[in-house]
Design a protein around this ligand. Structure first.
Ligand code: GDP
Length: 296
């Protein structure tokens, strides 16, 4: 476990050898380093504070077992708490409903919604053996509709046409109707995003949600957004009952602290991670592995 840690943390772990208990005195430096590591990973400050306080409370007074040092024991607690906060176990897409199961994709423009829609289509076809239809409700950007058409073909799914002169709710209803008549198991609804949170956009996606009764409402968020991810997540959480998160662009440089922030703010499980621009660049999110990455 220590191999996944920053040099500084590893050094502190070593310094604390031979002490039998975790105390205020001997963990102070460690907690400071953990705090720094989380901030460097772009976890939002209030989330860091909460997290460190929780770890401290869990750790204080704990006897250190066997050959562990208090440092190693604390790192264990930090790792477990990180993984637990980001969600335990694997949670795939919920399809437990009368088909077609509607999945609504939400998020800012550029977060990776359209790409993720196609990646999910491929995942559901290959891993769950489903018949999948996609539709775009982005009536503001004809290019986005075309983009979905292209990536849907790459995924081996079917695409339902829409056009900028239609209302998103009407598009979604027509797509559901088509899906039902043609025995599709799943309908993925891609939506319009703006560059920043915008009231009109939130109103539109709320109406869309109310009209299509999705079994999953996925919040797609760019891991590179860092600290800003918190505000975006708050706004989407207030507008929609989110059932899951897809964290995209984890192949970038970021240490992925957004995962912790977004999970804490929304309470929704992180279901998938986007790890490349390619259609097969989607992985089931692994909280334990991600905890190691955040600690650096
Ligand atoms: P949307 O506006 O939310 O629909 O976002 P797009 O799906 O169009 O994605 C925006 C950009 O991010 C595109 O250039 C995608 O290729 C890229 N992208 C999406 N997901 C990932 C990912 O997981 N990794 C990388 N490297 N790029 C991604």
């Amino acid at each position: 476990m220590a191999s996944a840690l920053s040099d500084k943390l590893s050094r502190l772990v070593k310094q604390m050898r031979g002490q039998a208990r975790i105390t205020e005195d001997n963990v102070q430096d460690m907690l400071r380093e953990v705090r720094m590591a989380l901030l460097e990973a772009d976890v939002a400050l209030p989330v860091v504070r909460d997290f460190v306080a929780r770890v401290k409370e869990k750790a204080l007074g704990q006897e250190v077992m066997g050959s562990l040092s208090p440092g190693q024991a604390l790192v264990g607690i930090v790792n477990r708490e990180l993984a637990a906060t980001m969600g335990e176990g694997v949670s795939d897409i919920n399809l437990a409903t009368q088909p077609p199961a509607v999945i609504l994709m939400a998020g800012l423009q550029g977060a990776g919604k359209t790409t993720t829609t196609a990646k999910l289509a491929k995942h559901l076809i290959e891993k769950r053996k489903k018949k999948v239809l996609t539709v775009s409700g982005d009536v503001y950007r004809p290019a986005a509709i075309e983009q979905l058409k292209t990536v849907t073909a790459q995924a081996g799914a079917e695409w339902f046409p829409s056009s900028p002169d239609q209302k998103p709710v009407d598009i979604a209803r027509a797509a559901i109707d088509h899906a039902r008549k043609n025995y599709f198991d799943v309908l993925l609804v891609d939506t319009a995003g703006r560059l920043a949170i915008d009231e009109a956009m939130m109103k539109e996606i709320k109406e869309l949600h109310a009209a299509v009764h999705p079994v999953e409402t996925l919040f797609v968020v760019d891991a590179m957004q860092g600290q800003d991810a918190v505000n975006t997540a708050k706004a989407f959480k207030e507008a929609l009952p989110l059932t899951g998160i897809v964290l995209t662009k984890l192949d970038g440089d970021s240490r992925g602290g957004a995962a912790l922030s977004v999970r804490q703010v929304t309470g929704a499980p992180i279901k998938f991670a986007g790890v490349s621009e390619k259609i097969d660049g989607l992985e089931v999110f692994d909280a334990e592995r991600h905890a190691g990455r955040i600690l650096g």
